[in-house]
Design a protein around this ligand. Structure first.
Ligand code: FE2
Ligand code: FE2
Length: 258
């Protein structure tokens, strides 16, 4: 099973890169999963954008701490099962943290789990216990499982990789918007990368216009943030899972310049 995971899509430049890449490459993958938490002008998601991503070949959309930034999401998160938010919210929170989606051929299913970290993040419940609680129900449905761990601290992300090793096919890190050089298959067969990086403009401060961020650091006053434009890259990872076991055969980081 070949999975493409696409890192945090930032605004219009990020969405354009995804559309362009998938126009020619969507048929190469059994599953395409994308983190969309910054797809609408850097802040959350709209129905139109979700519809467009799903229409371009994306099988499931994960999110993170920016999931609620665009209030429109409350109108469609319940009715769009392919769109998930971190699972480690209190149980009464709208939406789901897990989805099971069909492959492009319809012959297999991928379980996608989204969790958020606790270090340097808003308060979420313990993601390590959350994974333990979620896994049995997902494993009952499919051997192919991917976890998007949306977290800031490298230590917490690496610990999650070891916690999940041999229990899921892949743990991919998102949120920092900066790709790390540590993609590997862990000893028990889980593909792991601390962060795949964002899909968006790299002449920026993690997607935002440099001048506006510098103004905030220099004046220490609030400024409005606008998505930057230059040096757009699609960043993600290609993961191959063994058809029988669902464990990882390989993980290769992907960076495409636009
Ligand atoms: Fe993000
Ligand atoms: Fe984030």
């Amino acid at each position: 099973m070949k999975i493409l995971f696409i890192g945090d899509i930032v605004g219009n430049p990020g969405r354009a890169a995804v559309t362009k890449f998938l126009e020619t490459h969507r048929d190469e993958y059994d599953f395409i999963v994308a983190n969309g938490e910054n797809a609408a002008g850097g802040k959350g998601l709209t129905f139109e954008i979700v519809d467009q991503l799903l229409g371009s070949g994306v099988s499931a959309i994960t999110t993170g701490n920016h999931v609620w930034d665009n209030k429109e999401i409350f109108n469609f998160i319940e009715t769009t099962p392919q769109l998930i938010r971190p699972a480690n919210y209190p149980t009464e929170v709208t939406g789901s943290g897990v989805t099971i989606v069909p492959s492009s051929s319809g012959q297999a299913q991928l379980g996608v789990i989204n969790l958020a970290g606790q270090i340097f993040m808003s308060p979420y419940t313990n993601p390590f216990h959350a994974l333990n609680a979620i896994l049995p129900e997902v494993k009952a449905e499919t051997p192919y499982i991917l976890l998007d761990f949306h977290a800031e601290a490298t230590s917490e992300k690496i610990a999650m990789g070891w916690h999940a090793d041999g229990r899921v096919g892949a743990v991919v890190g998102t949120h920092t918007h900066v790709p790390t050089a540590d993609a590997r298959v862990l000893p028990q067969g889980t593909a792991y990368i601390t962060d795949v990086g964002m899909t968006g403009p790299y002449d920026s401060v993690i997607g935002t216009r440099v001048d506006l961020v510098l103004e905030r650091f220099l004046t220490m006053m609030p400024t409005r943030f606008v998505v930057a434009k230059g040096n757009v890259k699609l960043c993600g990872a290609e993961i191959e899972l063994d058809d029988k076991t669902g464990l990882a055969v390989s993980i290769v980081p992907l960076q495409v310049q636009y």
